[in-house]
Design a protein. Structure first.
Lengths: 95, 95
DNA sequence: AAAGTCACTTTGTAGCACAAAGTAGCTAGG
DNA sequence: CCTAGCTACTTTGTGCTACAAAGTGACTTT
């Protein structure tokens, strides 16, 4: 049983889950959904970018800047693998 | 969605899961199962004891000291609650 | 009495997470 | 045009925590 620290960290696990479930999500929406500070979100996203887990798109919407994120293939894989790890841990509880 | 840091930490999550699935487990068995150092195991157990999650029993078996651990009611509750949190996160992925 | 075993305890370090405050690019209003 | 305001960071700093490694103590075996 191995835990990927990058994915397992609580806040990032929720970022992964949110991006996985909702597809593209904006910086502001993520921040509001997870109720975390901007700096905190930015630093977690940065780590995920460093590991090629998140792709970033910057554009203007309604004449305001908007940054959207989505999981890369690698990010999706890592998250799915981690979910499987969690599921197998939970399944193992009945033995 | 709230994550209990005490339970969510990777090593402790596995300690919780192991105790939950196997009931009483000895120090040595836990150490071997999880492949961690003694100091590391002891410190995690200590934190769990501080939070009333683990009960400790010390006795001699075959004339050797043996310490066994089991989850307290509170420990069991916290773990089950955390598993539910994880399950609901996973279930939420289909939306 | 010397060595070994189990179960810690102590000590030290490096790596986060997080908050708070500062910054940069762009837009809107007077 | 210049100032205020918004979004999305970046920087800075602190405090916690995991973890390894080495030391300790109670007891047993030889």
């Amino acid at each position: 049983m191995e835990f990927d620290k990058l994915v397992h960290q609580p806040t990032r696990l929720q970022i992964f889950a949110s991006l996985y479930a909702n597809g593209e999500t904006s910086f502001t929406d993520l921040k509001d959904d997870l109720e975390i500070t901007e700096g905190n979100l930015a630093s977690h996203i940065e780590r995920m970018e460093d590991e090629d887990c998140v792709a970033v798109e910057k554009q203007f919407v309604d004449r305001k800047p908007q940054t959207t994120y989505r999981l890369t293939d690698r990010g999706t894989e890592l998250f799915e693998a981690h979910v499987e790890t969690l599921e197998s841990l939970i399944d193992g509880l009945d033995t």
